[in-house]
Design a protein around this ligand. Structure first.
Ligand code: CP
Length: 318
């Protein structure tokens, strides 16, 4: 694995899940494979789980980490080739990336989509420029289209909870929100589950909120929560904004907030959410505080998934 920026970088998802759960089972064992290696974590957007869990994972492997909050402590990077830089951007990624690559053995980066320029977001300009110019493995901490560290965690959480003796029915359920959110988590979850091919994936969202079909091939898509939730083993609740009418919030008909009545349709489903969650907007207190909720277990598994990924990327370092 040269980089970890999407499911396409991974040849064996089961191996990464096994490594994730093995690190969890041996949580008090400190590794040495990262000794003398430095991880740079670049944040252009806020984070709690990704930032802290990746730092802990690196420390568990013996790595040293430096966090650079570019949005607050840096300046605007130029991503366009041939740009005449007489505007607001101060440094070209072509100049910054090789410098960062000389400081760090692995570079992690978080950058959210604009939700305004669909082509630019789809082009993953920053991640691709870092891959091209930094000369070291690049680790996505959530990009403009996907969130692979979250998805690996989600699959490991399903695998450890269900034990995978039978094929689980997994429902990705759209939820209400107060503002437009990226499609990265649902895109990525759909891409990983379908590539993994160990679960049946049903995606349920209101009309107008279909995801980019690049990510959802192989999943069943419905526009009715009741039909989707019947016999579900897992319900992954998440809001996202529209892909077709990009970044907007089309009017929604029907009630899409998961509640106890809807849960009765399921196979006593376990409920997932990547967090942060807006209580009683995206998910009700009654569900989040119930024994069916996996959200804390899911978030704590971020450490072990990051450790599994860093351990693989370290093999590519000099
Ligand atoms: N789920 C997730 O990526 O959380 P943070 O935004 O807090 O990192």
């Amino acid at each position: 694995m040269n980089h970890f920026t999407s499911a396409h970088d991974v040849t064996d998802i089961d191996h990464l899940i096994e490594r994730t759960l093995a690190f969890k089972a041996n949580r008090y064992t400190t590794g040495t494979e990262g000794r003398g290696k430095r991880l740079g974590l670049l944040f252009l957007n806020p984070s709690m789980r990704t930032r802290i869990s990746t730092q802990i994972a690196a420390e568990n492997l013996g790595m040293h980490t430096i966090v650079f909050n570019i949005d607050k402590e840096g300046w605007q990077l130029e991503l366009t080739d041939g740009a005449i830089m007489n505007g607001t951007s101060v440094e070209h990624i072509k100049d910054a990336a090789p410098v960062l690559g000389s400081y760090f053995d692995i570079i992690g980066v978080r950058t959210f989509p604009t939700l305004a320029n669909r082509d630019a977001d789809n082009n993953e300009e920053l991640i691709n420029a870092l891959k091209k110019y930094a000369g070291v493995p690049i680790l996505s901490l959530e990009s403009t289209t996907v969130h692979p560290l979250q998805s690996l965690t989600d699959l490991a959480t399903i695998a450890e909870t269900h034990t995978m003796k039978t094929r689980p029915r997994v429902v990705l359920l759209w939820a209400p929100h107060v503002k437009p959110l990226p499609q990265c988590v649902p895109n990525s979850f759909a891409e990983w589950v379908t590539k993994w091919d160990k679960a049946d994936l049903i995606i349920a969202n209101p009309q107008g909120y279909d995801l980019n079909d690049k990510y959802t091939k192989g999943a069943t898509q419905l526009h009715n929560p009741e039909n989707a939730l019947r016999d579900a083993d897992f319900v992954y609740v998440k809001n996202w904004s529209a892909y077709n009418d990009y970044g907007t919030l089309p009017a929604v008909s029907g009630d899409w907030l998961l509640n106890e009545e809807l849960m009765k349709l399921t196979n006593n489903a376990r409920v997932m959410h990547c967090l942060p969650v807006r209580r009683n907007v995206e998910l009700s207190d009654e569900i989040l505080d119930s024994p069916n909720s996996l959200v804390t277990q899911q978030a704590s598994n971020r450490v072990w998934a990051a450790q599994a990924v860093l351990s693989e990327l370290l093999k590519q370092t000099k």
